[in-house]
Design a protein around this ligand. Structure first.
Ligand code: HEC
Length: 137
């Protein structure tokens, strides 16, 4: 059965040459998504959690539970900047990426101090983590 290892090697090289997206869709849907969320959680702890604890009731920054897809500046009771409230933005993935890369460029005069997560992979991980946040009961 000398051919079997060759088939495996061919499959492995095909796998290695497909895009990451295709690999996640076809081969490893569960644990890749978990790994992204975990990487995002660590990045969130390092760069965001001091202000945005992922639970309601923390006053320094708006609660980010459910942020993906909602209009910017829309958590009731949080004293947002006029700039963010009037931005007209919705937190699509694309806008979240721009915010992470350079929030004060996306919304000049925002109250959020500048963060600069310029690595596209890190942006994806953080967004995966944000999407996984559920309201605390
Ligand atoms: C020093 C405190 C601080 C840090 C660190 C911080 N933020 Fe913020 N964030 C804020 C404040 C304050 C606002 C409200 C900005 C405004 O009103 O202009 C905000 C707003 C946001 C919003 C818009 C929320 C909404 O309801 O419209 C998102 C999304 C966000 N931050 C994500 C992040 C992420 C992700 C990180 C880490 C990469 C981060 N922030 C780091 C203070 C912070």
């Amino acid at each position: 059965m000398g051919r079997f290892p060759a088939v495996v090697a061919l499959a492995a090289s095909l796998l290695a040459s497909t895009t990451v997206q295709a690999q996640t869709d076809i081969w490893f849907p569960g644990w890749v998504a978990d790994a992204e969320r975990q990487a995002g959680q660590q990045l969130f702890k390092d760069h965001c959690a001091a202000c945005h604890m992922p639970r309601p009731g923390v006053p320094y920054a708006p609660n980010l539970v459910g942020v993906a897809g909602r209009p910017a500046g829309s958590v009731p009771g949080f004293p947002y900047s006029e700039a963010l409230k009037k931005s007209g933005l919705v937190w699509t993935e694309d806008n979240l990426k721009k915010w992470l890369a350079n929030n004060s460029k996306l919304v000049p005069n925002t109250l959020m101090p500048h963060v600069s997560i310029s690595d596209p992979a890190e942006q994806i991980y953080i967004i995966a983590y944000l999407k996984s946040l559920k309201p605390a009961h």
